[in-house]
Design a protein around this ligand. Sequence first.
Ligand code: NAD
Length: 369
Amino acid sequence: MHLKIAVLAGDGIGPEVTQEAVQILRAVAEMGGYDFQFQQLLLGGVAITAAGTPLPTATLDACLESDAALLGAVGDNKFNALPPDRRPEAGLLQIRQALGGYANLRPSIAYKPLTNNSPLRPEVTEGANILFVRELLGGLYFGEPRSWNKDTNLAINTMRYTRDEVARVARVAFELASKRKKKVTSVDKANVLEVSQLWRATVTEIAAQYPDVTLEHQLVDSMAMHLMNIPRNFDVVLTENLFGDILSDEAAVITGSLGMLPSATIGGAVNLYEPVHGSAPDIAGTGKANPLGAILTAAMVLRHSAGLEQDAQAVETAVNNVLEAGYRTADLARGNQPGQQIVTTREMGKLVHSALNEIIDRRQAMHAV
Ligand code: NAD
């Protein structure tokens, strides 16, 4: 297995958490005998400082020649006075667009040791493991016409989808569901919107190609409620762009901390992997950053770009084991809970690394028998 990974650590806590994610990928490569190559590239504020632009051409070219791009976070207050198109965040939007992924995958998992971190009761979140598949290139965010006429006080945005745009993201959802609990919940507003009626008809048509996967349709308003009432009822949730933006943030409360959330954007020229959080300038350099979102993002690289499902699961289990043993970064700490030990970013990374070693050693020993 050969994998060329472009690493865009970015700003603030980006480099701190990305370093831990890369260490985990290196460990997996070493233990599995895989050839993973990493190339560090500039994006965001660090790129503005070094090259005068948030997305240097060299970064984009190198990403396009890679098998996967792993991003930390961008954003630095010292560039706040720049116009939006020259700020660090512009680099992120440009690279997402240039890599062209249309399916944004965001898992929301209730890790058992963190059930007290969610504002929801543990008996509600227990067992929840949802994968959002959000269409990323269409819908209300991109539809034309769009305008704001300040003379007439009229503003317009357009929700627009073609059958093919819906079909390709639906296929991603069904493929993924067929390797999970075999259920897709498609979210729309088909009782009001024609776009949603096209969405529902197309998803139903694609579902026929996946007879082992159950399809249910939910209206977005009632879905917002069901997600909080019975999150464990959902497996893969397929949504258009705007609904997915809102619902995946809502479902993030299941996990208990922004620092725990990974994501992947697939379907374009190169898959782009990034933790959901930003550059957190308030804690940058303090060792307080939670690297688990970035490490779980590395697990998504293994699953979706390397096809190494067993190794991806090993990383996820290692994260769970470290949490089970009571280790917490500051964002995950809850009062004076017995057995809880606060650790730094680096320490958390090392703990996951040794938990991963144990899991893979055990797996290899079992295969040797
Ligand atoms: P943020 O996600 O950086 O931080 C929000 C809060 O969560 C902060 O209190 C922060 O300390 C905390 N936090 C975030 N990640 C954490 C982690 N891994 N461990 C522990 N605590 C964590 O969002 P923000 O404060 O709104 O934005 C800060 C900067 O990041 C801005 O410049 C913004 O534009 C940028 N941003 C970048 C991305 C990205 O690169 N994908 C996403 C969101 C925001």
